[in-house]
Design a protein around this ligand. Structure first.
Ligand code: NAD
Length: 534
């Protein structure tokens, strides 16, 4: 994974040229061609600073293999400087009126809208998804910024008057201090926006570690946050991989860690950071199921399966990866193949593209290996996207829509998260059997049912073991006034991202009990105080 910063001769297409001149060294010169150094900067104490690190990771356009930029492995010293900057900014920021903090979020949402196209182009260049989908990535994050605009109401405490004679108790929510966020590659804008807007509007300061595969959107968002008025040191950005993450987990000045990514990293971070006494929320991998009842509305259901199975090339934590057909696949199969076959695989910038490339050559190899293992263990490949050719983008990491039928629960392709455009088709005799299949899976991010029966839907809703349930909705991710409620192996922690739980995660509660009474002293009593009159 780690490459030295050796330069490559790049044959660039104009759309790959949009990059982060303000955040990379050799800033104002040409975007890439002839630019000797494309290294992304750290953001420490309000300044975009070049890292002193010799080591970096290339950010590669997955449609072309062109090097877009280089992410430094932030040094230990730089990391500590970022934490110090966040720590120094905290006292003033926590005392900044909540209305002022909210106003910065109001401004930030306006600036994100202004720069939506630039953000989307950067996401498509670094991550691969289509421009339209990249806009959706930004938009779903923008909704969290909008949510943070109402923070004063969201963090209201509680008050009980006269809990005892002349005594009142009230609770207040206070920020924790320095918090940190560690991001995955698949939503380069949405997931940083799940984290820092909520954290800083609650009064915390923040250290963000973007994915080393696509840090560009985080850098742009940080610049927008500063343009919106976020003071120096409130948001800081460090880069790298395991060592930077371990520094975050171990640092005594960081009070809470938000993580989104794979289970291997997520459980490591959860246990390492928790062992240091930190609060941790860890959103991890998934295997999302749809249960299709025989009475489901055919057209809407087929469209939903195709869109949720193959959108973003299957690289969504809520992508539909398994469809369980109650009563058999037979009546659905032909039409499912037909609709999936019409999807256009191409670079994300090309008009009309439905699926862009997957993030890396390694990801493509892994996806193809899991498809092959399914076939070798008895699955029927009824649509095979492994050898898809994309004219003009021969080097892209493309995988076309793939449908595997006759999949069973013991297959590796079912047990592992594939994270690619592969829809597994299983069969069940009854709704009960289908629910058993879903509940036996270790993951619990999302599960949906397609049916016209309210009775079936209600049974599914109450018996299914998944954190986010859809009824005729294939990707049931709630808007930010609710929380992202993954469960089982898809989540570790107690407080979910955004919504009320998100506010609780980034604040600690304090209760105050006060007494104001104008009565003669009762003398000294050493007995435990109670509200009963003696
Ligand atoms: P990843 O775990 O490889 O990387 C995520 C972050 O963890 C990165 O910043 C990376 O630098 C760091 N990291 C990776 N391995 C590490 C290790 N061994 N030690 C310390 N740090 C490490 O995940 P990814 O491939 O970038 O993202 C895809 C995964 O994220 C999928 O499993 C997907 O389901 C999951 N995801 C989950 C949600 C959710 O809300 N549940 C949302 C998006 C993505």
């Amino acid at each position: 994974m780690f490459r030295s910063s050796s330069r490559r001769a790049l044959s660039l297409q104009p759309w790959t040229l949009y990059r982060l001149s303000r955040f990379s060294a050799s800033a104002e010169s040409s975007p890439i061609a002839g630019n000797p150094d494309l290294t992304v900067k750290n953001l420490i104490g309000g300044k975009f600073l070049e890292s002193r690190s010799e080591a970096s990771i290339d950010v590669i356009n997955p449609a072309t293999q062109e090097v877009v930029s280089r992410v430094p492995l932030t040094t230990g010293e730089e990391f500590k400087a970022a934490v110090e900057a966040a720590k120094s900014a905290f006292p003033k920021w926590r005392n900044t009126p909540i209305t002022s903090r909210q106003r910065i979020m109001f401004k930030l949402q306006e600036l994100i809208r202004r720069d939506m196209d630039k953000l989307a182009l950067n996401i498509t260049t670094e991550q691969g998804k289509t421009l339209r989908d990249a806009q959706g990535d930004v938009f779903r994050g923008l909704e969290v910024v909008e949510h943070a605009c109402g923070m004063a109401t969201l963090q209201m405490g509680e008050y009980v008057s006269n809990v005892s004679h002349g005594i009142d108790t009230y609770s207040i929510r206070e920020p924790l201090g320095v918090c940190a966020g560690i991001c995955p590659f698949n939503f380069p804008a949405m997931i940083p926006l799940w984290m820092f807007p909520m954290a800083v509007t609650c009064g915390n300061t923040f250290i963000l570690k973007p994915s080393e595969k696509d840090p560009g959107a985080s850098m742009m968002l940080a610049e927008l946050a500063m343009e919106a008025g976020l003071p120096d040191g409130v948001l800081n950005i460090v880069h790298g991989a395991n060592d930077t993450v371990n520094n975050i987990c171990d640092d005594d000045d960081i009070r809470a860690v938000s993580f989104v990514g794979s289970n291997t990293a997520g459980m490591h971070i959860y246990s390492r950071a928790a062992a240091k006494g930190k609060r941790v929320q860890s959103n991890m991998g998934a295997k999302n199921h749809a249960v299709i009842m025989p009475d489901a509305s055919p057209d809407a259901t087929l469209n939903a399966l195709v869109a949720a199975g193959f959108g973003a090339a299957g690289q969504r934590c809520m992508a539909l990866s398994t469809a369980v057909f109650v009563g058999g696949l037979k009546s659905w199969e032909e039409e499912l193949i037909k609709r999936a076959s019409t999807l256009k695989v191409n670079a994300g910038v090309e008009p009309g593209t439905d699926l862009g490339p997957v993030i890396s050559k390694q990801a493509k190899d892994r996806i193809c290996r899991l498809i092959q293992s399914g076939i070798e263990n008895g699955a029927r490949v009824v649509l095979d996207g492994r050898n898809v050719k994309v004219p003009g983008y021969q080097d892209g990491n493309f995988v076309g829509p793939t449908l595997l039928a006759d999949v069973t629960s013991d297959m590796e392709c079912y047990k592992e998260e594939i994270f690619g455009p592969v829809l597994l088709c299983m069969q069940a005799d009854t709704l009960e059997d289908a629910i058993d299949i879903v509940n036996s899976n270790k993951y619990g991010n999302g599960a949906s049912i397609f049916t016209t029966s309210g009775v079936a839907a209600r049974k599914f809703q109450s018996e299914i073991e998944a954190g986010q349930v859809g009824i005729n909705v294939p990707i049931p991710v709630p808007l930010p006034f609710f929380s992202f409620t993954g469960s089982k192996a898809s989540f570790a922690g107690d407080l979910n991202f955004y919504g009320k739980a998100g506010v609780q995660f980034y604040t600690q509660i304090k209760t105050v009990t006060q007494q104001w009474k104008d009565l003669p002293s009762q003398g000294v009593s050493l007995a435990m105080p109670t509200s009963q009159k003696s």
